[in-house]
Every structure is written in structure tokens, then in C-alpha cells.
Design a protein around this ligand. Structure first.
Ligand SMILES: [Zn+2]
Length: 196
């Protein structure tokens, strides 16, 4: 120990970088011990061999925070919004490339509404719908109202997107063909045509 200390002191005098490295290592050691002590006091014993995967250390705290957020929600609608937003693949639309020719480019208003629904923000002023129902600030009523003017527009936009997808893949299509059913007069949203 004496010789080591002596050697280190000599090195320290010779090279200031060694002293800085020594201080850094000591700081990291103290921080690690402090972190492990704090972590184990909250989430239990630490394994003998410290896991190297970050999720092992993060997951317990994330679960605690998630429980706190869920406990703070005071309405079934709020809880449903959180569960929907946190469910698997619910945010995949955020990864879609905004390609206008494929119908994947959202305008600013669409993004505003989509983000507002995901975060349960106020989207409009409360008002009375054409159907007589009251629409709250979250505007969710527009998704279930049979008289909402945007309902038809969404239907046509989605139908058009599917039709263009078939056409891009080489399948001739016709949208909403008539006279396919003699019994009820209904027509499907689209029909793929076999050209041979
Ligand atoms: Zn309505």
C-alpha cells in the first residue's frame, strides 16, 4: 500500500491526467453505490451479478410511475384513453412516412386532432351537435354521431385509400359498384376486377 501510494503520488505529480482519472473513477464508484443503495431500498435486493440490461433497472420505476398516473385518473374515459394510447401498436401511425401519393400525409388539422385524442386534450368548444347531443371539449362524439358531416368524408377517404392500394398493386378496382345484389339493393365499398 505504501509503495502504491508512493507510486501514485509520483504519477500524480508527473501526470495531472492520472489524478483526474482517479477522481473520475472514485466519483463513478460512489455514484454507483449510492444508486444501488437507493434502488434496493425501493425495489428490493440487487442480484449478486449486476444485470447489464438497462430495462432491469428502469422497469420497476416505470411501473410505479404508471400506477401513479393510472391512480390519478378520475374517470373511466381518462383511463380508457391512457390504456388505448399505451397499448401495443397504438402509436404505429406515428412511424408512417408522410407520402402524399399514398394517402399517408396528414395535414396540420389532422395531426392536431390525432395528438389531442392520444393525449386527451381539449379539441373544441363544447357545443350542441346537429343530432341534439352535447359535444364536450374532447370532441369524441363526432366518432359515434350518425349525422356528423365528417363521417362520410372519412369513409370516402379510407375507401379511396384502399382502392388506390389495389390499383398500385396491379388490380383494377371499382368503388361502390351498383347492381351486384338484387335482393337488398346494397352495394359493397369496392370490388376488385379480374382482367383475365
Ligand atoms: Zn351528433
Amino acid at each position: 500500500m505504501i509503495s502504491f501510494r508512493h507510486t501514485w503520488q509520483l504519477d500524480c505529480v508527473k501526470c495531472p491526467c492520472s489524478f483526474q482519472l482517479y477522481v473520475t473513477l472514485i466519483s463513478i464508484l460512489f455514484f454507483t453505490l449510492h444508486y444501488i443503495t437507493t434502488w434496493s431500498s425501493q425495489f428490493g435486493d440487487v442480484p449478486e451479478f449486476l444485470p447489464t440490461k438497462q430495462p432491469f433497472w428502469d422497469r420497476p420505476a416505470v411501473l410505479v410511475d404508471k400506477a401513479l398516473v393510472e391512480a390519478s385518473l378520475n374517470s373511466p374515459h381518462s383511463r380508457a384513453s391512457l390504456l388505448a394510447a399505451s397499448s401495443q401498436h397504438s402509436g404505429d401511425w406515428l412511424f408512417a412516412l408522410p407520402i402524399a401519393s399514398c394517402g399517408l400525409k396528414l395535414d396540420d388539422e389532422a395531426v392536431r386532432v390525432a395528438v389531442g385524442l392520444r393525449l386527451r386534450l381539449d379539441l373544441c368548444l363544447p357545443h350542441e351537435c346537429h343530432c341534439g347531443s352535447m359535444v364536450d371539449a374532447h370532441g369524441v362524439h363526432s366518432f359515434v354521431c350518425k349525422k356528423a358531416p365528417s363521417r362520410t368524408a372519412r369513409h370516402h377517404a379510407l375507401n379511396d385509400l384502399i382502392a388506390r392500394g389495389f390499383a398500385s398493386a396491379g388490380f383494377p378496382v371499382t368503388k361502390e359498384p351498383t347492381r351486384l345484389f338484387r335482393t337488398d339493393g346494397k352495394r359493397p365499398d369496392g370490388l376488385t376486377l379480374v382482367p383475365w
